[in-house]
Design a protein around this ligand. Sequence first.
Ligand code: G3P
Length: 211
Amino acid sequence: MIIINTKAYRKGVGKDLEQLVKTCTEMVDPENLIFSVQPEDLLRLEETDVEVFAQHLDPVEPGSHTGSILGEGIVEAGASGTLLNHSENRLESEQIKASVEKAKELGLNTVVCAQSPEECREFKEFEPDYIAFEPPELIGGDTSVAEAEPEIIEEAVEASAPVPALTGAGIKTAEDVSKSLEHGCEGVLVASGVVKAEKPGEAVEELVKGL
Ligand code: G3P
């Protein structure tokens, strides 16, 4: 599994996002990819073959919650899951727990991000579908987690069990992907390696070779 988190990159939103998804799915089987996008872009991808996640969800019921990302709304807009507690949008533990519960009620898949094996151990108690271990200092950089922290990936995988683990940060090559899987992960999260690539189609084709 490769989750492409488009963050709020200019090339990862709006019409550019449509083009990005088109380019990537022309190069590889869409079955291998999940795009994690801004909620307002979910509907935009409705007619595509890719699975889409919302980058966040607030654990609120429909009602007076101005500015919140409503689970019911993202389901209706086509999301099949949500990414929670990304390093760039950290939540309190109680919010993570409530968001996972809310997502589950709605039948959404949940990926909870963790910055350390200790957090993996803490967040697995909330029973998300996946825990994504991402060392914050490597996010957006040139050295991948698979090169820099192979032992910690294994620790994170162990700490997350029985919840399956993913990893991310600096992933750009087929070797980064295959190493992550060798260390026990079920998949990877990638952002800049695809969204900021000069040729995103080729970037994604390279990553899929590592699966
Ligand atoms: O969610 C994935 C992300 O945080 C990793 O970012 O740019 O290092 O692939 P990047």
